[in-house]
Design a protein around this ligand. Structure first.
Ligand SMILES: [Zn+2]
Length: 572
């Protein structure tokens, strides 16, 4: 009996160690042979998603470090992509986890040959292969080389550990794959919000945060007085690890009100399905306006992120009084337990100000499909397009484009996040059939002009919309540009032919990217595509005998516009 009780007691007080035993710290080895330094941490904040792995830096800032299998297993998937993960490998292990290695400069020789064969068979650079049981690996085998392919800005390895069945990424630190870290997380700034009756959070105050002593931060003011009796808080924070200057995400946050934990998060695992809730985890409007990322110390009621430690009753909303200060403490912790905190005393003013409500001409109801009928269009918002009722401003105008009277739209503000796409139907368009493929919806952003391609249903044009903002109908008649970067009349085997291919409109999705075909003497040749640099390149091999050859390249933009380029060269 005593033994039983003791066991029970041990289980009760030992809950965390028991849970962490789920992750075997000896199972995986580091996927690199050099000391692990990180330029990105698990679930840190990225645009529209959480970072699903860790970014391991190269030894010398150049591609080429060998990448090793983290454990025994087999290659379950190979990806070759002009953007995204670039060259990527997936290895399934018998323990129920899959490791992912992305942005590789090159694959191990046997894998590379297999991929090259598949590229020539399908006459496409882009590949998604599931070689099943073709390639077995042993822990520590070289499987490829560190690179900068895909959407990567500097050589590094993006490394993930996923549960094989659910494909849910898990923090690799839990398996002991982590650099040393003796530096506590850093507070930079804090924002205060008032929530209005529709559940919108309005920013009312921002303060810089200063370091007082190691791990202890302050805003300077003894007491902060705000014109509202219920506030929410967000913080701009980062963490640094040993041996790297990079500012990474913070593993754990806790909000305490009068010493009671009210809210918090911990970044152990995040599924791809919940990833879009990042825009409710951060101050989305602030990010759109200033690029700064503030993590919310509160949640919207319908936010389904699993990283929150205290939900749903503890939303992080803080009640204030005018006669008595409320003590608020925010604690940050990295994975090694290094801690930082800030303590605040907050009071409300005697008379609480009414904060301006959002302005708009349509009141969209959360939990219902909202249909907006305009003279030449219909907009249907999904019941989960927003996380609460939303008052937004929508107008339809028109203008003459290439001799056609076409509508344009202002749909809310670009600083308001969307959680499910909405539908736009543009009706009664009298566009001749010959021009229909050139038709698109254009979004003018600060940096780029994006083309959204829809689907024709007779005279109706349907577009799936993923953000708010201003949109214009347009007819794209401009062909893509082909620019020679490296090409000579006389070339030898091993030389690389390189072009820059660009278009005046950015594609809104992967399927709308520029398409190209390169041929030598009428035969398809492999041009690799590096989308971030807008480059395509072919390395001359031994498939063509010495002598005169004709290179032919065609590039099309998926909106009916095509450019071609021909060139005669001698290979010797
Ligand atoms: Zn990464």
């Amino acid at each position: 009996m005593i033994n039983k009780l003791l066991t029970l007691l041990l289980i009760t007080i030992g809950i965390s160690p028991l849970l962490s035993q789920d992750y075997d710290e000896d199972y995986f080895r580091s996927p690199v042979d050099h000391v692990m330094r990180l330029s990105g941490s698990f679930a840190e904040l990225r645009t529209n998603h959480f970072h699903m792995g860790i970014d391991i830096k190269s030894t010398n800032g150049r591609p080429g470090d060998p990448i090793l299998a983290a454990a025994d297993g087999y290659v379950s998937r190979i990806n070759v992509d002009a953007s995204g993960y670039g060259n990527a490998l997936y290895i399934d292990h018998p323990n129920g986890y899959t490791t992912v290695y992305a942005h590789l400069s090159a694959f191990e020789k046997n894998l590379a040959e297999h991929i090259n064969t598949k590229q020539h068979e399908s006459k496409t650079f882009q590949q998604q292969l599931y070689p099943d049981s073709l390639f077995y690996v042993t822990k520590g085998d070289i499987i490829g080389y560190m690179g900068n392919t895909g959407k990567s800005f500097g050589p590094h390895l993006h490394f993930e550990i996923r549960e094989t069945d659910s494909e849910t990424p898990v923090n690799p630190f839990l398996f002991g794959l982590k650099p040393s870290d003796n530096r506590p997380p850093v507070f930079q700034a804090i924002k205060f919000y008032k929530s209005d009756s529709t559940g919108n959070f309005t920013s009312i105050l921002e303060k810089k945060i200063k370091l007082k002593s190691k791990g202890l931060y302050t805003v300077g003011d003894e007491i902060i007085i705000v014109p509202t009796d219920q506030i929410a808080i967000s913080v701009q924070v980062y963490d640094q690890m040993d041996g790297a200057y990079n500012k990474n995400g913070v593993y754990l946050m806790k909000l305490l009100v009068n010493d009671q934990v009210q809210h918090g998060y911990k970044l152990d695992r995040v599924s791809y399905e919940e990833g879009h809730f990042i825009n409710s985890f951060i101050d989305y409007g602030e990010k759109q306006m200033s690029k700064r990322q503030f993590s919310n110390c509160f949640t919207h009621p319908v936010d389904q992120l699993s990283i929150y430690e205290h939900k749903p009753d503890r939303s992080g909303m803080i009640k204030l009084q005018s006669d008595k200060a409320t003590n608020v403490k925010i604690v940050l912790q990295d994975f090694h337990g290094n801690e930082s905190e800030i303590n605040l005393k907050l009071k409300s003013t005697d008379t609480v100000e009414i904060i301006n409500q959002e302005e708009g001409n349509y009141n969209l109801q959360f939990g219902e499909n909202n249909i907006i009928r305009l003279p030449r269009s219909e907009i249907i918002f999904d019941e989960a397009s927003f996380l609460n009722n939303k008052l937004i401003h929508i107008t339809e105008g028109s203008g003459i484009v290439d001799g056609h009277n076409l509508p344009d739209f202002h749909i809310g503000k670009a600083t308001t996040p969307i959680f499910k796409p909405y539908e736009l139907y543009i009706k009664g368009l009298s566009i001749p059939d010959s021009l229909k493929t050139h038709f698109c919806l254009v979004k003018c952003g600060e940096k780029s002009t994006t083309a959204l391609k829809g689907v024709w249903q007779d005279s109706i044009y349907f577009v799936e919309m993923k953000s708010l903002g201003s949109y214009q109908c347009s007819l794209d008649m401009t062909p893509p540009k082909i620019e020679v970067i490296n090409l000579k009349r006389k070339m030898t085997q091993g030389m690389t032919i390189k072009f820059k291919i660009t278009d005046e409109l950015e594609p809104a999705s992967k399927k709308d990217r520029l398409r190209y075909v390169g041929k030598i003497d009428g035969k398809w040749v492999l041009f690799k595509y590096d989308l971030k640099n807008e480059l395509i390149y072919h390395t001359l091999d031994d498939k063509h005998p010495p002598g005169e050859h004709i290179l032919h390249l065609s590039v099309n933009d998926n909106r009916g516009n095509k450019s071609t380029f021909s060139y005669q060269f001698t290979q010797f």
